[in-house]
Design a protein. Structure first.
Length: 263
């Protein structure tokens, strides 16, 4: 293989990895074996890739829900492997986990999108997972990813997820809008990891606040501090205010109005 061909192959591999959500398929990341049965008053199933998995994001959401539902138990589970929703819909362990347990909410992250905006990827898998969630009497929640550092793509990602919810009713969490507002109001705030793609703990906390508001219908502004997380309490306060403002401007239940399963 000559050096020109080798360079071309490396470039193509890099471009493939930069698709929506990054290609964190089930070859890495979280365990491939299914979690133990999840039993609680409020159960949250996360189906996605590393963006919904790292920096304790799922624990953050659960702790926030517990804070406003003190009389109810809350549990989370993560579908095995990290993969795009199209792959997830054909992944037997994931679909079995979805169909064989009772879930209150199913959070769907990792809809593949074109980083350049020049290509379109199938949304069939996401739509199938939404239908399967509703068949289980669970509320499906679409998790649009935050924009990459320095890339103006929030609305493109959000609109893609809204288009899915228009075909199969689902809530759509305005996570990217919250990130944009936070960085506009607090330019020195760091929300991205070093790779400019994933979150750091503060970014995960902000995403968790938006998911909390989507799941509960409550404003994040009333949440208490959470000293157990690696986010300073002053920063938490700033992010709560940002999340509260975002969810007023971009209601996360706008695409699942009056959803009887969400209340």
């Amino acid at each position: 293989m000559n050096s020109r061909n080798a360079s071309l192959i490396l470039l193509l591999l890099w471009l493939a990895a930069c698709g929506g959500g990054s290609d964190d398929s089930d070859s890495g990341g979280n365990p491939s074996s299914p979690p133990a049965p999840t039993v609680a008053d409020i159960t949250l199933l996360f189906m996605g890739n590393s963006h919904a998995s790292v920096n304790e994001l799922q624990r953050m959401v659960a702790d926030m829900v517990r804070a406003v539902r003190p009389g109810e138990s809350v549990a989370t589970a993560e579908a095995p492997g990290w993969m795009f929703l199209e792959e997830r819909s054909r992944h037997a362990p994931s679909t079995a986990l979805l169909r064989n347990q009772q879930w209150s909410f199913v959070i769907l992250q990792a809809q593949k999108y074109s980083s350049s905006g020049l290509f379109e990827y199938s949304t069939t898998g996401a739509e199938e997972l939404i239908r399967a969630s509703r068949q289980q009497q669970a509320v499906p929640v679409m998790f649009p990813e935050w924009p990459r550092r320095g890339v103006d793509e929030t609305m493109r990602i959000y609109d893609l997820h809204v288009s899915i919810a228009q075909r199969q009713v689902a809530c759509v969490a305005p996570i990217g809008q919250a990130w944009d507002l936070a960085l506009q109001r607090h330019p020195s705030l760091q929300l991205h990891a070093d790779d400019g793609n994933h979150s750091n703990p503060a970014g995960a906390f902000l995403a968790a606040l938006i998911l909390f508001a989507t799941v509960t219908g409550d404003s994040p502004i009333a949440l208490p501090p959470f000293p157990q997380f690696a986010v300073g309490l002053d920063t938490q306060a700033d992010l709560r205010a940002i999340a509260a403002e975002t969810t007023v401007a971009w209601p996360p239940r706008a695409w699942c109005p009056g959803d009887p399963l969400a209340d």
